[in-house]
Design a protein around this ligand. Structure first.
Ligand SMILES: NC(=O)c1ccc[n+]([C@@H]2O[C@H](COP(=O)([O-])OP(=O)(O)OC[C@H]3O[C@@H](n4cnc5c(N)ncnc54)[C@H](O)[C@@H]3O)[C@@H](O)[C@H]2O)c1
Length: 312
């Protein structure tokens, strides 16, 4: 199959490119390299089934992709608060103009198209764990809104193209994902803590560290994306790990696994930081026959090994 992955040079995108190439598919990796990096996909460059197209999805796709495309995974959007708040207008554009361009291209090609949505569309949730029917608690005016509201509009656009044009869509809501090839400067908790621990610098916990997150290893997530794309249910479907941990516990585990001499220090909590996050994945189990398999200890050790070699 010919598959287009937008945002293919990013953290999750590069793992998805690798997975699908191993499956025997032909991959076009489209990226504007805002947060994506050549080094994430360097090892794939010699594969004759792999092609990179530098392109920003806020510009139409039809002039740059000439092949017939069977499936599109739309991952193009900066994903960490540091990056998506760097230029909030560009973030909104990726999720509105960019998404319309991807959907128009899918319509033209008759492609099936999957949207990488996010648990952030639930905002600071009032129900726990979060089920797909929960409509969320998002601040439209806050600094995270460019991403949260952008991703909400993107879901709306996907559903409207589905209803109006019968476009073959899939929507997944991805919860916190971690693993090798996360950017060391993305400000996300796992990469921050590992880099700080490996450099024996203070580990900065926001708030008192009692807020919770559930972290899914990237290999599990990629399998979930694939399962979602290749079954009949449109979605949305939550993809994430249900193993909930406090941030302070994570800091302690990472200090321990890296044998670091770092001290844990506490900073003020960023605005609109959700207090708890945990997916209900009953739907993913039922429709996709999917649940995460890799436990935190195994995944975090692999991630630490990656950062050890990339920092040295
Ligand atoms: N990592 C997570 O925990 C997580 C959680 C929820 C949702 N997601 C979603 O998954 C997708 C991938 O996330 P990631 O963690 O790999 O982030 P990432 O920043 O590593 O990857 C995003 C990729 O998109 C590219 N990109 C950004 N804007 C673009 C544009 N306008 N045109 C073309 N390319 C563009 C970037 O250069 C990068 O390669 C994103 O859509 C994100 O919102 C990720």
């Amino acid at each position: 199959m010919n598959i287009l992955i937008t945002g293919g040079a990013g953290f999750i995108g590069s793992h998805l490119c690798e997975f699908l190439l191993n499956n025997g598919d032909k991959i076009i990796c489209m990226d504007n390299f805002f947060t994506g990096r050549i080094r994430n996909i360097k090892h794939l460059e010699d594969n004759p089934n792999f092609k990179v197209i530098p392109h920003d999805i806020t510009q139409p796709l039809r002039n740059v992709v000439k092949e017939h495309i069977d499936q599109i995974y739309n991952l193009a959007c900066p994903a960490s608060p540091v990056h998506y708040q760097f230029d909030p207008i560009e973030t909104i554009k990726a999720n509105t103009l960019g998404v319309i361009n991807v959907l128009e291209f899918a319509k033209l090609n008759g492609s099936r198209v999957l949207q990488a949505s996010t648990s952030e569309i639930y905002g600071d949730p009032e129900i726990h764990p979060q089920v797909e029917t929960y409509r969320g608690n998002v601040n439209t005016l806050g600094p995270r809104a460019c991403y949260d509201e952008g991703k909400r509009v993107a879901e709306t656009l996907f559903m409207d193209y589905h209803r109006k044009y019968n476009l073959n869509i899939r929507i997944v809501r991805i919860f916190n994902t971690y693993g090798p090839r996360m950017a060391e400067n993305d400000g996300r908790v796992i990469s921050n803590f590992i880099v700080q621990a490996l450099k024996n610098k203070d580990i900065t916990v926001f708030g008192d560290g009692s807020q919770t997150r559930s972290f899914c290893y990237v290999k599990d997530l990629v399998q979930g994306l694939y399962n979602m794309m290749n079954q009949d249910y449109v979605g949305p479907v939550n993809l994430g790990n249900t193993n909930e941990t406090t941030i302070i516990e994570i800091a302690k585990k990472i200090t321990n696994y890296t044998k670091s001499s770092s001290k844990i220090i506490f900073n003020s909590l960023p605005e609109d930081d959700p207090k708890q996050r945990k997916p209900d994945i009953s739907l993913a189990k039922e429709k996709l026959n999917w649940e995460p398999k890799i436990n935190f200890e195994e995944g975090i050790k692999k991630t630490i090994e990656y950062f050890k070699s990339s920092l040295s």
